[in-house]
Design a protein around this ligand. Structure first.
Ligand SMILES: [Zn+2]
Length: 362
């Protein structure tokens, strides 16, 4: 990996065809940039990931994007060879999970047995179920059902062959369709009750336009994301919350998740769906799942959330559950506003809430 290019990328380089560094990534077919950089060919209207096996385009016809959503918004279509729309998800989720999802999507019409899929991706049946549960909050079977439904509906609507629709949609679109479902949270038993005893928690602190962000998580997902004005106090707060855990700084898997959040804040990528590993009561779990279903750029009121979870009178309890969200951004509690108007409360400061909502509107 060429770190010079990565460093430049975080400074948002020019994306016109004259950029030597970006062109080099394309020439090298550098897979390290899959999910981080997309190139598009103006003459064909198709966009690809850097590692695509297709013939390199003429440099003059090449343009670049840092996220898939922008490429789509500008009217480019995803390449059917390299499926660039899957690259985001592949960068975030464990490889075995992505591989299993691909099998589901490519073999929808057959009779799929979960144990045989587990064997094909090289994990035990139990491990595969755990991966789905932790990262997507559902069993493999329910995920498969959701993909089937989403893709078939889409195919029928457009009058396309199902297999075409499967390829068109790809992993990213399928997971986004599923994002709208209620159960996206990877809940685990309340095992942090003992101050994180026996757990290893990975963390990293990054500077963003409105201060600092600390992201911390286990191997399974984020367990703590906070915003603040000082790097040192964020680290102190993390230690206070998990006094018995072993804290490890600047190591995967948290680096990838933190980068996804920071890139989002810097408007260099679309909203990331990140795995979370948080303990919750059944009520909190419902509220947080409902928050994850609010798309970026949209907001909801506390009473709308209360209605959505089937407890229309529990408006105050919903507000409390929002305020106790342990993972800022990953569970977007900033998208809930008071019905009466105004910006409302935010655990990490209403000015930051305002800024987040503003950048999501843009
Ligand atoms: Zn391609």
């Amino acid at each position: 990996m060429n770190y010079a290019i990565l460093a430049t990328m975080s400074d948002k380089p020019d994306i016109d065809s004259g950029n030597d560094l970006l062109w080099q990534v394309v020439v090298d077919r550098d897979a390290a940039y899959d999910g981080k950089l997309f190139y598009a060919v103006v003459t064909t209207g198709i966009y690809c990931r850097p590692s695509c096996s297709s013939r390199r385009p003429k440099r003059d016809n090449t343009t670049y994007f840092f996220d898939q959503a922008t490429a789509e918004n500008e009217g480019y279509r995803a390449c059917k060879k390299c499926h660039p729309q899957r690259a985001d998800a592949e960068a975030i989720y464990p490889a075995e999970l992505v591989a299993a999802c691909k099998i589901f999507e490519n073999e929808l019409e057959g009779d799929i047995s979960i144990p045989s899929v587990a064997a094909r991706v090289g994990v035990s049946d139990r491990t595969l179920r755990n991966l789905f549960d932790r990262c997507l909050g559902v069993s493999p079977k329910r995920y498969l059902d959701a993909v089937r439904q989403a893709l078939f509906r889409r195919a029928l609507k457009r009058g396309e062959a199902v297999t075409d629709a499967v390829y068109e949609a790809g992993y990213g679109a399928a997971s986004r369709a599923y994002e709208m479902s209620e159960s996206m949270l990877g809940m685990t038993p309340a095992r942090y009750a003992g101050g994180g005893k026996g757990e290893t928690i990975y963390f990293t602190v990054r500077e963003v336009s409105f201060g600092f962000i600390i992201a911390a998580g286990t191997q399974s997902g984020l367990c703590c994301v906070r915003l603040g004005a000082k790097c040192s106090s964020l680290t102190k707060e993390l230690k206070a919350e998990f006094p018995l855990a072993t804290l490890v700084e600047d190591q995967e898997p948290v680096l990838t998740w933190a980068t996804a959040l920071v890139d989002y804040i810097n408007q260099q990528r679309a909203w990331p769906i990140l795995p979370v590993d948080i303990a919750a009561t059944a009520f909190q779990a419902k509220v947080w799942a409902a928050l994850r279903a609010i798309p970026a750029g949209m907001t909801a009121s506390y009473s709308e959330i209360a209605e959505k979870i089937g407890k229309p009178k529990a408006v105050r309890a919903v507000a409390t559950a929002c305020a106790s969200n342990p993972v800022a951004l990953a569970v977007p509690c900033h998208r809930v506003l008071p019905k009466a108007g105004g910006i409302g409360e935010y655990r990490w400061g209403s000015q930051r809430k305002q800024k987040l909502l503003q950048l999501e509107k843009d």
